[in-house]
Design a binder for this molecule. Sequence first.
Ligand SMILES: *[C@@H]1O[C@H](CO)[C@@H](O)[C@H](O)[C@H]1NC(C)=O
Ligand SMILES: *[C@@H]1O[C@H](CO)[C@@H](O)[C@H](O)[C@H]1NC(C)=O
Ligand SMILES: *[C@@H]1O[C@H](CO)[C@@H](O)[C@H](O)[C@H]1NC(C)=O
Ligand SMILES: *[C@@H]1O[C@H](CO)[C@@H](O)[C@H](O)[C@H]1NC(C)=O
Ligand SMILES: *[C@@H]1O[C@H](CO)[C@@H](O)[C@H](O)[C@H]1NC(C)=O
Ligand SMILES: *[C@@H]1O[C@H](CO)[C@@H](O)[C@H](O)[C@H]1NC(C)=O
Length: 407
Amino acid sequence: MRRPSPPPFLLPFLLLLAATSPSATHGFNITKILATHPDFSTFNHYLTATHLASEINRRQTITVLAIDNAAMSPLLAKHLSLPTLKNVLSLHVLVDYYGAKKLHQITHGTALASSLFQATGAAPGTSGFVNITDHRAGLVSFAATSDDSSAPLPPSSSFVKSLNEQPYNLSIIQISKPLSSPEAEAPAAAPAPVNLTDLMTRKGCALFAGLLSADADTLKTFTESAEGGLTVFCPIDPAVKAFLPVYKNLTADGKASLLLYHGYPVYSSLQGLKSNNGVVTTLATDGGAKKNYNFTVQDDGEKVTLETGVSTATITSTLIDQDPVAVYEVDKVLQPLELFKPEETEAPEPAPAKSKNKKGKQVAETPVDSPDAAPADLTADDNAASGTRFVFAGGVAAVLLAVVVIA
Ligand SMILES: *[C@@H]1O[C@H](CO)[C@@H](O)[C@H](O)[C@H]1NC(C)=O
Ligand SMILES: *[C@@H]1O[C@H](CO)[C@@H](O)[C@H](O)[C@H]1NC(C)=O
Ligand SMILES: *[C@@H]1O[C@H](CO)[C@@H](O)[C@H](O)[C@H]1NC(C)=O
Ligand SMILES: *[C@@H]1O[C@H](CO)[C@@H](O)[C@H](O)[C@H]1NC(C)=O
Ligand SMILES: *[C@@H]1O[C@H](CO)[C@@H](O)[C@H](O)[C@H]1NC(C)=O
Ligand SMILES: *[C@@H]1O[C@H](CO)[C@@H](O)[C@H](O)[C@H]1NC(C)=O
């Protein structure tokens, strides 16, 4: 049963939802595709280890110059650091589509293709391009450009075969040898870690960032997890503001668990969340006995929701998606079953009139801002969280609208 049309005060929110719908819906997974070619397992492994795999999956038009396990050995024998290896491997990812056919029909016999090393701004000067040459005999060779003209020309690599072509989105072709250049092999520093609280403060989750900053141990758990992979769901400021009285009433342990509940200790792109719906554990999850602190990720094609069993939050925007860290903004505070009572009835389809009245009444009588309410009482009308904040801004008329929204 759908409500007729969204009340005007919800429009900005709905527009925001529309604006932040992910563009990366073409949905290829380079890791999965290469997994069907066991000869390329080493190359595939390092695409994941260097986080290039997620960078590739995010792109719409891409060519991957894959190296088989035997040809990877000389590269690995150089014992490059992971950030340096990432630069070298990113030479093997061209930000344009080159299928076997196009390679053998290059106009004037040579083309200069931009690699991910060049396209991401990591390559100095004129390095980071791949010179593709279509020789007369049908041989196609590849060589990385260097900024240093005195550097010896790198041995060129040649086209072996096509592994997978999805014109004009993704092409994976095998080349004989790894590409390299002095610039790509120069020692590279690991990227500076993302400052989570700073990022959230600047992008609409300042109150949540403030709560995290006030709890040094919890903040440390978040920052340490961020090194190995972390997805954070930060509730928008109005949602946290309405929730503060309840938060303040939690014990110190309860507060820490609530904050930790907003961290999923695995990096996940929005596409990844969509394709791996299901129960996820959180930073608050205690391997031991009863502390599950899990929630369920769902999507209806467009929206991604997080169902805690107490409330359902929706992802409204992406603050950062940079493997190994992703931060998404959500419209509600996530309330774990371990700390809050579930709503009596979710009744997603035809809502019984009785429950409608009851919830409506609670909105009027037990405003979320009331400092007197105990957490368990409040959770009953958590559905109202996004609507409720308008109640106090808009007065009695808005109360009636909020009731409509909840129903
Ligand atoms: C690309 O390589 C070919 C030979 O393989 C060479 O003639 C040409 O000058 C190179 N182009 C660039 C821009 O390096
Ligand atoms: C390429 O991507 C577009 C969307 O960006 C999609 O509509 C199309 O089906 C894709 N083509 C292939 C061959 O996967
Ligand atoms: C993160 O940024 C905040 C300022 O927004 C600063 O106070 C804090 O020290 C920074 N944390 C780290 C680990 O750099
Ligand atoms: C891609 O596939 C791999 C292996 O099948 C899987 O582990 C990974 O989660 C997938 N990534 C996404 C973004 O779905
Ligand atoms: C998630 O948590 C609930 C409640 O604590 C528990 O009953 C359930 O078994 C957990 N599910 C998984 C898959 O861990
Ligand atoms: C805090 O919890 C106690 C005990 O559950 C309750 O009596 C009190 O009303 C609550 N206060 C607030 C501000 O929620």
